[in-house]
Design a protein. Sequence first.
Length: 150
Amino acid sequence: MKSPFTIIFIAACALPISATAKNSTQDSGTSSCPLPAQVEPVHLYGLWRAEFTGLAQGATLLFEKHAERTGSVRGAINRNGVRALIAGDVDGGEFTLEESDDGVHISATWLGTVVKDSCGQEIRGSWSHAASDRAYPFVLRKLAANAPRQ
């Protein structure tokens, strides 16, 4: 039979391990794989590919830190060599982006949500072109070269 000291010692050693295991399971969104609500503008930085339902042509987007607006992104979109400027943000898993062909007027808007279990690497929503007043579903995926290493 084990002495009371041994039993108390084993129990005392097990407490920190139990607390550590509990904390790691409660924090299911880590910095390498954020939950949708944890995605911040910094997670958007880099190259992305957009595909649109109902449009033959996709686009490539580059998101960078916005110089004037903290908590936002800016960059450019390229559709087969035709470029436009973009600016937007992500907040609580909700994605908003404005696109401008001339750098002054909004030519299109993007409204979407970060996809669950995508680690912030996929956004789905609706792209609306101002001139045609039509909306198209989009899927935006971060290109692999920019994906976080796991």
